[in-house]
Design a protein around this ligand. Structure first.
Ligand code: NAD
Ligand code: UD1
Length: 351
């Protein structure tokens, strides 16, 4: 049983990926500072024991700590090797992700997202662990680029958050370039992950007012918020609202398993950047209507002004992922709306 270190594993994408890793029989070490999540996600995962594994208590270990703390990271690797479970792969989700906060607190975003990642890589190297999967974002693409976005489309983030993601990608590329003998690195550029685990026991659990469309929509559906405000109705799209590439969280999680498999099978390319999206665009209104129809409810909404620096149409070209990772999204927008609402209904206040 190989051991995977999952940073930020208590968060939205992390916990769903841990579920996918469990299914593939990995041993999982989670580290998280819990700054944007709760330990309850992990406790629930262990207590629910979805896969009915007797070994669940030893298969997942959680350690609370910060990726900026080198001594903490060293202790994690030491503990793992002392127990005979050397860390073989690192899935790096830990990071700060609010665009608006990144503009208000750029120092903190660079500290956590860039310096924190560099410290993690340093401790990995000290421990002879060189297999790394990084959570990047479609936000690195230029606003001027036309969709479908390919991995070699031009890059130009328009906020500090995006710059931190691009900076890490570049650092990783340089690392592999200089030390190709060692590193095997996959950067995954996520499009718009939404939905929840089909059990309804795991999902997105925002601690503050959600910035993104889907968690906000779910909270309107559960009457936590009065109405949805749609940013603009005169975009150059068929119904006037923006189009995005929404991807089911479990498809995204499985994309990480495919990335590990790629590294495991010898990683022909030591450094890769890969889009994780469906290749399909859905407008805000289409998403709202689908959510209403699938779940048999009504969403109150109002059009307001466009959001600053928004873009009319963003969707991925997912062909590279299909070719290289042999991965493609299997779930559709109906599944995303059904599973997302199931989670919200069962857990109106999160975990
Ligand atoms: P999340 O906030 O739910 O999860 C991130 C986790 O990292 C949280 O549990 C948080 O407590 C932890 N964390 C933050 N700073 C830390 C630190 N210094 N040390 C240790 N742990 C720390 O976010 P998510 O949606 O699960 O995103 C995971 C990753 O994917 C992030 O790096 C994010 O930038 C990236 N990403 C997310 C999206 C998205 O739409 N959710 C899109 C593109 C990229
Ligand atoms: C946002 C981030 C992007 C990140 C992506 C996935 C911004 C500017 N960009 O992009 O960096 O990679 O999430 O996490 O935040 N909308 C509304 N009302 C709302 C919220 C959103 O109408 O209350 C609209 C937006 O105008 C957009 C669509 O819904 O057209 C999706 O918005 P959102 O969920 O924030 O995702 P992105 O805009 O793709």
């Amino acid at each position: 049983m190989d051991t995977v270190l999952v940073t930020g594993g208590a968060g939205f994408i992390g916990i769903h990926t841990v579920i996918a890793l469990l299914e593939k029989k990995y041993r999982i070490l989670i580290i998280d500072s819990l700054i944007n999540s709760s330990k309850k996600s992990i406790e629930r995962l262990i207590s629910k024991n979805l896969l009915k594994k007797e070994s669940i208590n030893s298969q997942i270990i959680f350690i609370n700590g910060d990726i900026r703390d080198v001594n903490f990271l060293r202790s994690v690797f030491k503990k793992a090797s002392k127990s005979g479970h050397i860390i073989k792969y690192v899935l790096h989700f830990a990071g700060l992700k609010s665009i608006s906060d990144s503009i208000l607190f750029p120092d903190e975003y660079w500290e956590v997202n860039v310096i924190g990642t560099k410290r993690l890589l340093k401790v990995m190297k000290e421990n002879n662990c060189h297999n790394f999967v990084f959570s990047s974002s479609a936000t690195v693409y230029s606003l001027d680029e036309k969709s479908p976005l390919k991995e070699n489309s031009s890059l130009s983030p328009n906020n500090q958050y995006g710059y931190t993601k691009l900076a890490v990608e570049k650092f990783l590329e340089g690392l592999v370039h200089d030390q190709e003998r060692f590193w095997r690195i996959v950067c995954l550029r996520y499009f718009n992950p939404i939905g929840a685990h089909p059990s309804g026991d795991f999902g997105e659990s925002p601690l503050n007012t959600p910035n993104n469309l889907f968690p906000y929509l779910c909270q309107v559906a559960s009457k936590k918020r009065k109405k949805l405000y749609i940013f603009g109705q005169n975009w150059p799209t068929s119904d006037g609202t923006c189009i995005r590439d929404y991807i089911h969280i479990m498809d995204l999680a499985e994309g990480h398993i495919a990335a590990i498999d790629y590294i495991k099978s010898g990683a022909k390319e030591p450094f890769l950047i890969i889009n994780l999206g469906t290749g399909l665009g859905t407008s805000v209104l289409e998403l709202v209507k689908t959510f209403e129809n699938v779940n048999n409810l009504r969403i109150d909404y109002e059009f307001i002004e466009r959001r600053e620096k928004d873009k009319a149409i963003v969707y991925a070209d997912p062909n590279f992922a299909k070719r290289i990772l042999n991965w493609e999204a299997k779930r559709n927008i109906f599944d995303m709306c059904k599973d997302g609402w199931n989670w919200q209904k069962k857990n109106p206040d999160g975990y």
